[in-house]
Design a protein around this ligand. Sequence first.
Ligand SMILES: [Zn+2]
Length: 332
Amino acid sequence: MGAMRHDIVCSLVNGPEGDPALYADFKYERRAFLFDLGDVHDFSARSLLKVDSVFVSHTHVDHFIGFDQLLRLHLGRHKQLKLYGPAGFTNNVEAKLRGYRWNLVRNYPYDLTLEVFEAGDAGLQAARFECRGGFDRVRLPPLAALDAAPVILEEAGLRIRAALLDHDIPSLAYALEQKVQINVDKVRLEASGFSVGPWIREVKEAVRNQAPDHVPIRIPLAAGTSGEAAEIPLGELRRGILRFSRGIKVAYVTDAAYTAENRRKIVDLAGPHPRRTEAPSDRRAGRSPGQRGGSPATRALPLLSEISFPARKPLPGSPGSLWRGGRVTPRP
Ligand SMILES: [Zn+2]
């Protein structure tokens, strides 16, 4: 089998030295995650608009200054943005929002909604801020009690875990786990006479959602073939053209004090032998994130546990970054 193409491609957009922002791009969906919201000036509007969930470690300015730009870009759009952060995060988001006047937004035809989740001792607190409501805070029922490495987001295809680290203030590390990587066997696909298209995404989604084998999938036929489309049962496609492998796991760890307790939590989150990655930024490769291609190095992100270490230059006065003095054993 040739090189595995991953559905989720991660890049540290500002490099390991710049303001932290890890962009997780879902290549075949209109979707992306951001881990930390540092400077996002080099993002194209297109890639920022793909973002639907943001996972903020803590709200030191270098991790959160991109909030305004993300908000500005999404105003006037019908969209739900989910934002996750540590204790106090909802107040930080609200204070940002209260920095502006919102008398004009009540008549907007489209509504932007921010859903804010705060991982603290009491569990996952939730609040909503709606654009047409002038971004007034609406309290939602709390979601879950937190254990040592809580799952803060669980979907059919992926989960996000968080670990609460000590950085003098609470700082969250996150792990994105794709449950399974589904690839199409190109040779078999060609032999089947079908050509690639949006239907492949539909198949993958159905498989992730554990749809029954008899569900019919409509596949448009190539030009020149008689008939317009074929309907093939999902089970046949699953056995015929799909290949399954372990999904990627990426841990995002940033500012944290170099303590035994933090180390233990990071190992719990990322696994004992993560591969240390400081992915070259797309900017250095002369591309904006979300653009097709990406540098060879970002494409070649390894399959298994990865760990990203941005922000080696913490703010002045900030407790030492864990990984300045830390060592990580590379996976053999
Ligand atoms: Zn910090």
